[in-house]
Design a protein around this ligand. Sequence first.
Ligand code: HEC
Length: 199
Amino acid sequence: MMRIVRAAAMLCLLTGCERGMHQMYDQPRYRTQQPSPLFADGNSARVGPHGSVAVTGGVAADTSSGRRGVLASRPAPEPAAWDLATLQRGQQRYDIYCAPCHGATGSGDGIVVQRGFPAPPSYHTDRLRQAPDSHLFDVISNGYGVMYRYGDRISTGDRWAIVGYIRALQLSQHATRDRLRPEDITRLEASQVSPEGRR
Ligand code: HEC
């Protein structure tokens, strides 16, 4: 008997909860562009306070707690070229956002990983060396497996700059001799230490 009473009570609570949720969805609200007598300009749409900066952007923009079920997909313009300034910007952003997990050289051994977060793959594998730029951009924008997405935290231009810097990191660990300038080869040979001289 007690069990039935308890079950009935639970049912009431649960249905009450469900109704409560719907009341939240259906509460009075203005529709887009609807006029309002509340404000002097007669407009229900309000402009943010002077000097405020909108922070929602990227693929998650325009969605509200996933209710629309889809992410707004935005075309992602690719940069014409990665010049030195862009790569330096990419390096700075990478060191802030990615190095804590991926490590300064992209080997997947960042400080967060050393503290127990699942290790990401190294960028220096054939698969990720051959992955198109668009894959890297997509991973940064939308996340990948346990990696969180950065589309709403890093601007489109900065995401491309980071992609360029990942390419630079990959090259730094996998450059062939014919891609080096003569002065680089001289410096490399001068810096080469004999096995006995290695510390
Ligand atoms: C909190 C730790 C963390 C941060 C910060 C992080 N990542 Fe990751 N990343 C991961 C993990 C873990 C994986 C592997 C995910 C999986 O396979 O489930 C991964 C995977 C990747 C991959 C490989 C995808 C593939 O095809 O295997 C790329 C590329 C990548 N991350 C780029 C970035 C970039 C660029 C940033 C900075 C904007 C970044 N990550 C920030 C943890 C992180």
